[in-house]
Write a protein that binds this ligand. Structure first.
Ligand SMILES: Cc1cc2nc3c(=O)[nH]c(=O)nc-3n(C[C@H](O)[C@H](O)[C@H](O)COP(=O)(O)OP(=O)(O)OC[C@H]3O[C@@H](n4cnc5c(N)ncnc54)[C@H](O)[C@@H]3O)c2cc1C
Length: 471
């Protein structure tokens, strides 16, 4: 990988940061190790220093120092990313946002909240609970809001409430040279100016450092959950498409292949039928859901599904979704020492069944344990390989299989990443997905906003042959 950044005075930058931030600018090995990796399979790489700013103004000061000495800055949220986005591949400053943890303004009547970027989503939702509102984007991990903005996160709720791009109304961003920029507004919609908010959403710390976020909130819905097993994976996927086309109000719908169902059955008491399975959540009042349930049961049966098993109470519903959250962890534990390597393609709904079946065929033909889970209502699924990180042959095989999944997704007009972001792992597919001209335009934007290439270098954009121009 090309890790070129403009030549630089790392030692001078460290001295300036330690002098300005004292014990909030740390160079010890243990703190640098903690900021050398995320939750992905990508190799760790230490920053030279980790800095913990307390405010937007302090972030701007850090950017100005990095700019002066031409040292990389890599924002670090909760480090739960799955594509290596927060790994400082060229060293430099890891800018840890954990002290930017204030909830600044809860506005129930406007149904919005303004928070600092380091706020964790679970704590934010705890603080919102009394308002009857919540922030629905749920990437499974207890991620920071700034990290979720920067990866364009989504998760199980996206089929109903949309992804980060639809739920961020405005941002405060520090630019590469230390300017503070506000984007968007408190209004729920706007046609004013270039949409800078959405330029920064999904930019993975390569265009600016997010310090504050205005989010759209939603009423906490009445919900009921249910489970159905299917004779085939294709049946499960096509049932979801028919339920969506019927306009029925799905809150969440998650696919688990039969291999993961088998793991779950070894670990706890949901006692699932040993089949590809869908976990459903439907939104609406009890009367409307009662009316819907017959229609849903008929669609499920038409696609070879078992009768729906409805959660009898909130505890049972919680157990279903907790099982979805921890199931892959159980699968990983079944292979001690395994590393989890998730793929993340998203395809048009009409291509989803084929994409899942082709992936299933690939993994059954391989010896490496792998599981398919999917936010199938959005056409997004993950094939998660549990591979041996010390077995070079196995790593090469996972790399090959993961690449095939992406290539097939792109061939039907899909994307290499539905929600995890490009980071390190999907850079090589950017040109195939977007085309050379679009990637060149992205590079133009990057150079305009970060001419010295100090913001998270080595991420998103594919390598260039000429290191002088590598962004
Ligand atoms: C068990 C598990 C399940 C997951 N499931 C999902 C899922 O269903 N859906 C999903 O979308 N993701 C999922 N993820 C991935 C992860 O939680 C998301 O990518 C999340 O958005 C990362 O947030 P973070 O705070 O951990 O960011 P980090 O990992 O710290 O950083 C991610 C990227 O954002 C940049 N960044 C962080 N903060 C800022 C900032 N303030 N300004 C600018 N750039 C910043 C970093 O430089 C990096 O490029 C899962 C992760 C795990 C471990």
């Amino acid at each position: 990988m090309n890790q070129h950044v403009a030549s630089g005075g790392t030692a001078e930058a460290i001295a300036a940061l330690v002098s300005r931030f004292g014990d909030r600018a740390l160079t010890g090995l243990s703190v640098r190790d903690l900021h050398a990796h995320d939750e992905s399979h990508h190799p760790a790489s230490r920053p030279d220093i980790v800095v913990f700013p307390n405010s937007t103004e302090e972030v701007a000061e850090i950017a100005a120092i990095a700019n002066r000495y031409r040292v990389p800055i890599v924002p670090f949220g909760a480090g739960s990313g799955l594509e290596g986005g927060a790994i400082p591949v060229a060293g430099g400053i890891s800018l840890d946002t954990s002290r930017l943890d204030r909830i600044l303004d809860i506005r129930p009547d406007d149904m919005i909240v303004r928070v600092e970027a380091g706020v964790r989503r679970q704590e934010m939702n705890r603080q919102l609970r009394d308002t009857g509102l919540f922030f629905p984007v749920d990437p499974g991990a207890d991620a920071s809001i700034g990290g979720m903005v920067s990866t364009g996160a989504s998760g199980t709720n996206a089929v109903r409430f949309g992804v980060m791009r639809e739920n961020v109304l405005g941002l405060t961003v520090v630019t590469a040279d230390g300017r503070i920029v506000r984007t968007g507004s408190l209004a729920r919609k706007s046609s004013s100016g270039y949409d800078l908010t959405r330029l920064f959403v999904g930019s993975e710390g390569t265009l600016g450092i997010v310090t504050e976020v205005i989010l759209r909130l939603h009423p906490i819905p009445d919900a009921v959950s249910a489970i159905a097993g299917f004779q085939t994976l294709a049946g499960a996927v096509s049932a979801v498409i028919d339920i969506k086309r019927a306009g029925l109000s799905i809150g969440r719908v998650e696919l688990l292949d039969e291999a993961l169902v088998a793991v779950i059955n070894r670990h706890e008491t949901l006692a699932l039928a040993p089949l590809p399975t869908l976990f459903f959540e439907f939104h609406g009042n009890p009367e409307s859901i009662a009316t819907l349930s017959d229609v849903i049961a008929a669609i499920v049966a038409d696609h070879g599904g078992t009768p729906l098993r409805w959660a009898k109470n909130a505890d049972e519903a919680r157990r279903i979704w907790e099982t979805r959250r921890v199931g892959l962890g159980w699968a990983k534990a079944e292979r001690p020492g395994a590393q989890s390597w998730p793929t993340d393609v998203c395809v048009p709904l009409s291509s989803l069944a084929d994409a899942v079946l082709d992936t299933h065929a690939d993994i059954r033909a391989s010896q490496i344990p792998a599981y398919i889970v999917g936010h199938v209502g959005d056409g997004n699924f993950h094939c998660v390989f549990m591979s041996d990180p010390d077995d070079a042959q196995e790593q090469a095989e996972v790399h090959r299989l993961a690449g095939r999944i992406v290539v097939r997704a792109l061939a039907v007009g899909g994307t290499a990443t539905g929600e995890h972001g490009v980071g390190l792992g999907k850079r090589a597919f950017q040109e195939a997905e977007h085309g050379a001209e679009a990637v060149a335009l992205m590079r133009t934007l990057k150079v305009a906003l970060d001419p010295l290439n100090i913001l998270n270098p080595g991420k998103i954009l594919p390598e260039l042959a000429d290191p002088e121009h590598s962004n």
